[in-house]
Design a protein around this ligand. Structure first.
Ligand SMILES: [Zn+2]
Length: 121
């Protein structure tokens, strides 16, 4: 991959990283127990005054946020390892067959680490 392409995908990845981190921060906070882990922030609730329905809603929100956080976290770690591959000079190479990954595929998903043929199902 030439320098110009690497710069292009590097920029895309950094933009994606910033977006993911902003979203993560709006939904949760870093989990100090796990490096790079995120935890959904519990909704502020007034337990004493909340009725049963309100409580159920809050719990549902929390569970929904946890699920979204988990997805964002997975995406962020994929983006981070793609940025590491740019540093190491192994970006854009399929992890399975070592052939260059199609540019179209990288345009659609800059953190892809396999070619179309070896894309995880
Ligand atoms: Zn491959």
């Amino acid at each position: 991959m030439n320098k110009k392409d690497l710069e292009h995908f590097g920029k895309k990845l950094n933009t994606e990283k910033n977006m993911l981190e902003t979203e993560l921060k709006s939904l949760g906070h870093t989990d100090s127990k796990i490096a790079g882990g995120w935890e959904a922030s519990p909704s502020k609730m007034d337990v004493d005054n909340a009725d049963e329905n309100e409580l159920a809603d809050k719990i549902e929100d929390f569970e929904e946020n946890s699920a979204i956080l988990e997805q964002l976290e997975t995406q962020l770690s994929a983006v981070n390892s793609a940025l590491e591959r740019i540093e190491k000079g192994t970006y854009g190479v399929c992890e399975i067959c070592n052939k260059p990954i199609e540019n179209d595929r990288l345009e659609a998903n800059s953190s892809a680490n396999t070619c179309l043929e070896h894309m995880a199902k």
